[in-house]
Write a protein that binds this ligand. Structure first.
Ligand code: FAD
Ligand code: DHB
Length: 394
C-alpha cells in the first residue's frame, strides 16, 4: 500500500477536475487527480463544443487560452430555423458585446492536460476501485489501485469531479441529498464530418420530423445532431440515411443546407435534466456533471462545470490563504442558483425545439408560434441571447 498526502484530492480528469487542478496550482495549492479511464479515452471523447464568454475568459485568465484564442471560432450570433426559414439572432449586439466560442471539449481537455504536465503535479489515468472515505472527518481519504499497486491518498478536501456516473455523489448518504430529475422521451444522434461548415454560425432547427442542429469544430469539420429515439440503433443509420435526414430537417427555402463529407464519428446521447442538492457534504465538494446534468440543447453543461470549479478554486484559495471559509460555505448555494437558471433555459430550448410522440398537432402549432414570437421580438431574442452567452461567473 502506497500512502500519499495532498491538500485536495480530485476525482475525475474531465474538464472540471483538470481545470480545478490547474486553478489550485496557480494558487500554490497541491492536488492529486485520479481518473479511471485512459488518457486517450478522455481526450478522444467527443462532447461539447460551445464555450460561453465566461469560460473563454477563465481559460485566458488561467493562462491556458493561447490555442483557444488562435483556433476557437468566435460566434457573435446564432440562427433559429423553422418552417423553412433561418432567422438570425445577433447575440453580441443584444448583450452589449458578449459572444460564444466554438472550441471542442477535447481541445479544452488537451490544453489542460498539457498545463498539468507542465506543472509537474500528479495526474493518474487508468485508476481502478476508486473510493472516497471519511468525508465528514478532518482528513478524508481516497483509495485507488494503479495496476497491482494500492494507493491511499489522505487529504484536506475531496473534489468530486467524476461526472454523472461517478462514485463521489453516491458517497453522500441519501438522507443528506435531494435529487431532481427529468428524462426526455428522445435522444440526439451526433456526427462529425470532414466537410467545410456551410454556415459560419450555428443553426438550431425545428422540423416536422424533429430537431436538428448544425454546428462545427473547425473550418474543415462540421458537427451535426438529429433528434432520434432513446433506444436508437446506430446500425439502422447508414451515412446516406443520416445525410438525407439532416438535409431534410435543416434545408431552408433560400437553398441553404449543410455540406456533405465523410462521417468520422457517430454516437447517441440520452437527454436528461438532473440536480443534486446540496453540492457539498462535509469535506466533499461536487462539481460539474457529478452534481447536475442539463439536456444539451442550451450548450450549458461544460460551462456550468467551469463556473463550479472557478467558485471552488477561489473558495479553497481563500481558505488556504487566510482561513476564510465563507467561499466554501456559500459554494453550494451559489452553484445551485446558477444551475437552476441553466436548467430552466436548457429545458425551455429543448421543449421549444423537439417533437414528442405524446404531443398532438396543437403542440406543434404552439411551438411554431413560440419560435415566431422569439424571432420577431427584441425582448425575446435578448432573453435567449443573455442566457446563451451566459452570465458572468459569480
Ligand atoms: P465529465 O466530462 O463527465 O468528466 C468526469 C470524469 O470523471 C471522466 O473523465 C470520467 O471518466 C471520470 N470518472 C468517472 N468515474 C470515475 C471514478 N470512479 N474514478 C475516477 N474517475 C472517474 N456542454 C456545454 O457546455 N456545451 C455544449 O455544447 C455541450 N454539448 C454536449 C454535447 C454532447 C453530445 C454531450 C454528451 C454533452 C454536451 N455538453 C455540453 C455537456 C458537457 O460535455 C459536460 O457537461 C462536461 O463534460 C462536464 O464535465 P465534467 O468534468 O464535470 O464531467
Ligand atoms: C454543440 C453542442 C450543443 O449541445 C449545442 O447546443 C451546440 C453545439 C456542439 O457540439 O457543437
Amino acid at each position: 500500500m502506497q500512502r500519499l498526502r495532498t491538500q485536495v484530492a480530485i476525482v475525475g480528469a474531465g474538464p472540471s477536475g483538470l481545470m480545478l487542478g490547474h486553478l489550485l496550482h496557480l494558487h500554490g495549492i497541491d492536488s492529486v487527480i485520479v481518473e479511471n479511464r485512459s488518457q486517450e479515452y478522455v481526450v478522444e471523447r467527443v462532447r461539447a463544443g460551445v464555450l460561453e464568454q465566461g469560460a473563454v475568459d477563465l481559460m485566458r485568465d488561467a493562462g491556458v487560452g493561447a490555442r483557444l484564442a488562435r483556433e476557437g471560432l468566435r460566434h457573435s450570433g446564432v440562427y433559429i430555423a423553422f418552417s423553412g426559414r433561418r432567422h438570425h439572432i445577433d447575440m453580441e449586439e443584444l448583450t452589449g458585446g458578449r459572444a460564444i466560442t466554438v472550441y471542442g471539449q477535447n481541445e479544452v481537455v488537451k490544453d489542460l492536460i498539457d498545463a498539468r504536465a507542465a506543472s509537474g503535479r500528479p495526474l493518474h489515468f487508468g485508476a481502478s476501485d476508486v473510493a472516497v472515505h471519511d468525508i465528514d472527518r478532518e482528513h478524508p481519504r481516497v483509495t485507488f489501485r494503479l495496476g497491482d499497486d494500492e494507493h491511499e491518498l489522505t487529504c484536506d478536501f475531496v473534489a468530486g469531479c467524476d461526472g454523472f456516473h461517478g462514485i463521489c455523489r453516491p458517497a453522500i448518504p441519501p438522507t443528506r441529498l435531494q435529487t431532481y430529475q427529468r428524462d426526455y422521451p428522445f435522444a440526439w444522434l451526433g456526427i462529425l464530418a470532414d466537410a467545410a461548415p456551410s454556415s459560419d454560425e450555428l443553426v438550431y432547427s425545428l422540423h416536422e420530423r424533429g430537431f436538428a442542429l448544425f454546428s462545427m469544430r473547425s473550418p474543415r469539420v462540421t458537427r451535426l445532431y438529429l433528434q432520434c429515439a432513446i433506444d436508437e440503433d446506430l446500425d439502422n443509420w447508414s451515412d446516406d440515411r443520416i445525410w438525407s435526414e439532416l438535409k431534410t430537417r435543416l434545408r431552408t427555402s433560400d437553398g441553404w443546407e449543410p455540406n456533405e463529407g465523410p462521417i468520422t464519428q457517430k454516437g447517441v446521447t440520452p437527454m436528461r435534466s438532473f440536480v443534486a442538492e446540496p453540492m457539498r457534504e462535509g469535506r466533499l465538494f461536487l462539481a460539474g456533471d457529478a452534481a447536475h446534468i442539463v439536456p444539451p440543447t442550451g450548450a450549458k453543461g461544460l460551462n456550468l462545470a467551469m463556473a463550479d470549479v472557478w467558485r471552488l478554486g477561489s473558495a479553497l484559495a481563500s481558505y488556504y490563504k487566510s482561513a476564510d471559509v465563507r467561499g466554501l460555505e456559500t459554494y453550494s448555494d451559489r452553484g445551485i442558483r446558477r444551475t437552476w437558471r441553466a436548467q430552466r433555459f436548457s429545458w425551455w430550448m429543448t421543449s421549444m425545439l423537439h417533437r414528442s410522440d405524446s404531443e398532438n398537432p396543437f403542440d406543434y402549432k404552439r411551438q411554431i408560434a413560440e419560435l415566431d414570437y422569439l424571432v420577431s421580438s427584441r425582448a425575446a431574442m435578448t432573453s435567449l441571447a443573455e442566457n446563451y452567452v451566459g452570465t458572468a461567473f459569480d
